[in-house]
Design a protein around this ligand. Sequence first.
Ligand code: PEP
Ligand code: NA
Ligand code: MN
Length: 624
Amino acid sequence: MTVTTLPPAVDRTPARTGAATVRRDLRAWVADVADLTEPDAVVWCDGSPAERQALLDGMVAAGTLIPLDPVLRPGSYLARSDPSDVARVESRTFICSRAQADAGPTNNWRDPDAMRAELAGVFEGSMRGRTMYVVPFSMGPLGGPISQLGVQLTDSPYVVVGMQTMTRVSRRVVAMIDAGASFVPAVHSVGAPLRTVSGTAVADVPWPCNDTKYIAHFPETREIWSFGSGYGGNALLGKKCFALRIASVMGRDEGWLAEHMLLVRLTSPQGRRYHVAAAFPSACGKTNLAMLTPSLPGWRVETLGDDIAWLRAGPDGTLRAINPEAGFFGVAPGTSVATNPAAIATLDHDTVFTNVALTPDGDVWWEGLTPEPPEGLVDWTGQPWEPGCGRPAAHPNSRFTVAAAQCPTIADSWEDPDGVPLDAIVFGGRRATNVPLVAQAHSWEHGVFLGATVSSEQTAAAEGTVGELRRDPFAMLPFCGYDMADHWAHWLRVGATLDPATRPLVFQVNWFRKDAAGRYLWPGFGENVRVLAWIVEQVDRARGERTDVGAVPSPVGLLPAPGALDTSGLDVTDEDLRALLDVDPRTWAVEADLTEDFFAGFGDRVPAALHHQLALLRERLSGT
Ligand code: PEP
Ligand code: NA
Ligand code: MN
């Protein structure tokens, strides 16, 4: 085995000792994994542009990437995955805590020792014939007080390039680890060795992967082992695996929060700045809200993050937030100049697209990019594509991977290591009925209740069929690394440590409410700034900086007072607005019963404060 550019060892502390030891010797661990997986070479990555270009060139030569037209889409590439490897595999995602109860009822639990034995079997020789890349990275600005270090080992150059975009890959991380910093070790193999045990060569393919997949997390030892997939959420281990599942456990133990939230700065016409974090389940428009182009004159929205936020109390008692990522791994279909012009501008150059369609002139296309598809498309599987053929040209989960710095609306402070002070936290879902356009929580505890009970409809459900809801508490259902009800208790604890004078206000939003005819009542997209404006004006009122009446009480929270939500120039009638803010006590009584059932699934781990919030909701409902 050849080992290239191994940095000189500074620290030679003993290799991993006990299961609970988080401090590890980096080189010993890398050597252990290489012994297990048997790569032909080990390459220590430095995150440099030259390294990236060499990897991209190599993938073009190997047929993994198709270079796009250098004039139409400079520095950009198309990857076509194996048709079976296109999304996160929640059924093969495991939380391997010592106690099953600590994983909670919403995660797949496996005993850590049993899983280690199973993983040793699948990883044995899994990198034969390939290069193992050592990718040292930081989630958040290097050395920042909220940031964390990780090292991913992977046999996929596509994953190395993705990690370079989505995280901060740097040799400085190795120096920090050598100087004593702890790191999260993350091992990834596509599970497609190029030699059998007996040494017979196996031909490579453009997108190697394995039908057997494991996305395994060891919360106590802060380890990640991922096998069989090259797809983003399964393979770019800094993202969902570290920044959400492992980080949520670190946050639980250390008093901070790792959340599935976008992060934006809003500037009012008066020049006042506010920071808002918002949690929505997948496919509810997080990236669109993060890059919103405001329709209201004078308001400005700047992007800080579109998927993950880490929240930690600052020394001054404010809740500070960073986006731990360095790029966007977004869904392409539906993204257009009309829905998200900032995203379209971001994707102008230096973007890796995965599973979108290819145009005859070497550019990309996906459903929704333009009203009409260009002629002569090649679909995401490489087949010629015609409109009306019954297949989508781009896979519905096709993605772009692009540096956040390329976004024209990126906030100048997006890399501030201390983060930004949060003024408001928003929870949202896709609900055709019942849930108002916007409501403000009565208190922090009520806000945690709103987050805990978030529900969403995958498709437009029939009117009033509240039973068809999918609960997605805190939009963290696939991403919480420990018991979800403990997560709610943790939110209550963190809130109690914050200065009540500056503690963020909590809101619930629903852009997706429909009338009886199935028509969306709210235009959404750039018009959502009107709701954000009301939210931050409520922040001003809570801080005594405005004295006008902004809200009226309702059983489910504070609603915009008449006239407080700016709908000027909108095609939203007074009747529409009433329907958008309507709270029907009868259907809400059903919601309350469903919430009781939902809580029952978490047994006695549900905090008493949330049972109390449910009782208060019912009290308010019966008072109407
Ligand atoms: C992912 O799958 O990597 C991902 C970002 O997931 P989602 O968009 O569903 O949050
Ligand atoms: Na299970
Ligand atoms: Mn996400």
